[in-house]
Design a protein around this ligand. Sequence first.
Ligand code: PRP
Length: 196
Amino acid sequence: MSVSRFGCDKLPCVDVENVAADVEKVLLTEADIQRRIGELAAEIERDYEGLDLLLVGVLKGAVMIMADLSRALHRHVETDWMAVSSYGSGTRSSGVVRILKDLDTDVIHRHVLVVEDIIDTGLTLSWLVSNLRSRGPASVETCTLLRKPEAAKRPVDVRYVGFDIPNEFVVGYGLDYAEKYRNLRVVATLAPHVYG
Ligand code: PRP
């Protein structure tokens, strides 16, 4: 196995090389992402010290951050998943949110931390938070790896933000275009010819 399979600090990731013609620019390297997730995990550990914690990942995009964030925590944590629909197959939000898969866990009296890959318009997360708050949890907070400017202007109270990024369509680290590119280790913009 070549060294580039393990890190992207100096060498380009193998997975980016594999789709090099589709990628315009790498915004966040694997090292950037892992470093920030470590910092977020440390904050979460401090904030939830002595409290039980349920991480709720939003499928499918949050799979990567859920896997890395949960493993960066030096404490017990439970995980559950929801799937909601907010986008069609294009690059714009439809504004429609519906539950495709609900939690298996009862969140009553639990401390819930919703984990997202990206907040774009903020519609999905604001809807999800109010839905979960109606179920009688002890608390509902949110964590996202990426946040776009439009969401930063909306009344979505995000407690943990990995990175504020420009208003560009990004893929990788869970984020897709037409279900591809989720398995890139980096976050990158797509070349216009891919979606043009
Ligand atoms: C993405 C992302 C968030 C949502 C954010 O999910 O994972 O859930 O869009 O957009 P918003 O802030 O404009 O509401 P998507 O619906 O693309 O599903 P996926 O995670 O399965 O790709």
